[in-house]
Structure formats: structure tokens, C-alpha cells
Write a protein that binds this ligand. Structure first.
Ligand code: GTQ
Length: 351
């Protein structure tokens, strides 16, 4: 065996000695710190609703919404177990609220989106206004607004929670506060926000009640789905996305939430999408229909055959190809607004 190169031993003793001062050599890690292209540690993952639903049910048997504060099963990326993260920047979970329950009022710096997966008639209250939930509705809880959820109907209601928890944690910038009442008092009739901001018109005074977040709390599925159907009638189809729209803040035309961008897309029957990749990883919730997602993961290609109420995650810069024989509607969200604010968002179509 050859003796170690003199500079190799000298280097090792330098590393050891300077480590006492919390110093380490950049040249050993430079390639990983400044990779030639994104190399997400995350892996693609698929949560079939049919497999997961019994665990939600059991969660409903072992803890009340009140005791849990939020009864949620977190969708954890298999490569990030224990971190409560579905990608490095995104949090996702499925929240259950049973008939008669209240998830008590609190507020926090983290912004939340809700995408209703099962059941009709529960509500979420934000800033004194309730929004009734229907499957496919997209609902926003702006940063630092009081919110509580309740179920006054006779069926369980389940929704996808999407939050910027990992981003706020990264910045160590999170605050939270518990409310003093279980449910906040209702101060405005349901639909008040939509009436003022939901019709391509805006109040003459008193704009932007929630700063950078949309003044509309609820984007009803009925309307979003209709928008996609109209698009299908009169616009060319996108080779990768099918018919895809982004939800907007009607006051700005930009993202409805400063950290998260939600989307809704329809793949028509027989759709065979072109592959593409983007620097924003995304979480998908299947609203209607069935299809297949082919993702190029670090451990090779994976194939997810999805159906309504399933969820899956596509990590950053991993190629995604969508296919649907019967047609489907997909909701998704990503951290794109943050990447765009930083000027680093990138996407690429693959041949
Ligand atoms: O509903 O306020 O999934 O605060 C995680 C944290 C939901 C909520 C989550 C939360 C909430």
C-alpha cells in the first residue's frame, strides 16, 4: 500500500485542527454547494386515497379536532421523513373534520391553502367570514389571519392543506398565537369578499385587505372547472399541461399567495403529454378522473397511476410526463412565486 500523499495528510490535519474553531474547507464541498444543476434530495411519491383513508378514519377515532387543534396526516416525502415536508420548501397534509367538530381559532405567519378533497358543508372562517367547502374549492388562509374550521353537517370533510411551513422555518421567521374563543365571531356574510373582488371589479376604496395575499378566500370549483371547459373550447392545448390555468389575486393578476402558486388543469381524454421539468417541485391533488404520471426520479423512472382524491409530489427538476386515457382534472401548487421573486425559476420542455 502506498503511503498517503504528503499534502493529503497535511490537509487532513489542517481540517482537524481548524475544526476546533468551527472552520471547514469550502473546496471539499463546493461541487455540492454549487451544483451544476438542481439535485433535489426529494423523491417522487404517490399517496393513494383509498389506502390512506382508513388511517384518517382511525385518526378520527383516537383524537378530536379540538384536542389535536388540527387533525392532519402529514404527507411526508419518503426522503425527508421526520421533517414534516413534502419537498424542501412545501408542506402538505390531509385534514379531517368530523360532524359537530371545531378546529379552534389560531393564527400564524405561515400561509395556508385548502383544497377540498371529500365532503361538502364544513366551513373555514377567516377574518370574520366563513367559506363553505365543496369538493374542488380552493380556499386561502392569509398569513397572520385568525382562522378556525368547523363541521355543522352530517358527513366527514377532508381537505388538502398546503403551507409554506418549511420556508418560514428556513427563515426562522414564524410566529403563532392561539385564539381566546373556539370559533371566531362571524362579522360578515358568506360571499362578502367574493362580491367585492370576484367579478373583475374591485372596491373604489379599501383595497388589499390582506396585503400581498388575495382578498378572495374561496375560489369555488364550479367556476374554476367552468373556466377550464371554456378554455378547452376556444384555446390551443398545451403539449405538456393540457389546459392549465393559474389562480390569481384579482387585484394584481399575480399569485394569490406570496409564497405559493396554485394551478388547475384538465387533461382531455386520450392526452399524451410531452415531458417537462421545472425548478419548482409541485404537489398534485387529483380532482376528477384517472391518469398516469411518469417522473424521472434520481433512482430511475417511476410511474404513478392515479385516480380522484389521490395525491402525488414531483420534486424540483425531475421530468414529469402526464397521460390520461379517460381525461382528468388536477390541482397543484408550488413555491414558484418565491423562485420568481428571486429570479431563479426555470422550466424546460423535453423532447
Ligand atoms: O389549519 O391552521 O396542516 O396551522 C398545519 C398547520 C393546518 C391549520 C396544517 C396549521 C393548519
Amino acid at each position: 500500500m502506498n503511503a498517503p500523499h504528503p499534502s493529503a495528510t497535511a490537509r487532513q490535519s489542517l481540517y482537524r485542527d481548524m475544526s476546533l474553531l468551527n472552520l471547514s474547507p469550502l473546496w471539499e464541498v463546493l461541487h455540492a454547494l454549487v451544483p451544476l444543476q438542481p439535485a433535489s434530495p426529494c423523491v417522487p411519491a404517490h399517496w393513494k386515497y383509498e389506502q390512506l383513508r382508513p388511517y384518517l378514519q382511525r385518526a378520527g377515532e383516537v383524537i378530536t379536532a379540538e384536542e389535536a387543534v388540527r387533525r392532519v396526516l402529514i404527507l411526508e416525502n419518503p426522503a425527508l421523513r421526520g421533517q414534516s415536508a413534502v419537498t424542501q420548501s412545501l408542506y402538505a397534509g390531509l385534514q379531517l373534520i368530523l360532524p359537530g367538530e371545531v378546529a379552534p381559532s389560531h393564527r400564524h405567519t405561515q400561509s395556508a391553502l385548502r383544497f377540498i378533497v371529500e365532503g361538502t358543508g364544513a366551513y373555514t372562517a377567516v377574518d370574520g367570514e366563513r367559506s363553505t367547502m365543496h369538493p374542488g374549492d380552493f380556499i386561502i388562509t392569509p398569513s397572520w389571519t385568525w382562522h378556525d374550521h368547523g363541521n355543522e353537517v352530517d358527513e366527514p370533510v377532508v381537505w388538502l392543506d398546503g403551507l409554506d411551513i418549511p420556508m418560514i422555518r428556513f427563515f426562522d421567521a414564524g410566529f403563532a398565537e392561539n385564539g381566546t374563543t373556539r370559533s371566531q365571531p362571524v362579522t360578515r356574510p358568506e360571499g362578502a369578499s367574493f362580491a367585492r373582488y370576484g367579478h373583475n371589479m374591485a372596491p373604489v376604496r379599501g383595497n388589499a385587505p390582506f396585503g400581498a395575499t388575495s382578498p378572495i378566500f374561496s375560489y369555488p370549483y364550479e367556476r374554476s372547472r367552468e373556466a377550464l371547459h371554456q378554455l378547452e373550447r376556444c384555446a390551443p392545448i398545451d403539449a405538456s399541461d393540457g389546459y392549465k390555468l393559474r389562480y390569481i389575486n384579482p387585484l394584481t393578476g399575480g399569485t394569490p399567495m406570496p409564497t405559493l402558486q396554485p394551478f388547475l388543469q384538465r387533461l382531455p381524454a386520450g392526452f399524451e403529454g410531452q415531458g417537462w421539468r421545472q425548478t419548482d417541485g409541485a404537489v398534485y391533488s387529483v380532482v376528477e378522473g384517472t391518469g398516469t404520471a411518469y417522473i424521472e426520479g434520481p433512482q430511475g423512472p417511476v410511474r404513478f397511476d392515479f385516480e380522484a382524491r389521490d395525491h402525488f409530489v414531483v420534486p424540483s427538476w425531475q421530468a414529469l410526463r402526464l397521460q390520461s386515457t379517460a381525461g382528468c382534472v388536477l390541482f397543484s401548487f408550488s413555491d414558484r412565486p418565491v423562485q420568481e421573486a428571486l429570479g431563479i425559476h426555470k422550466e424546460e420542455r423535453l423532447a
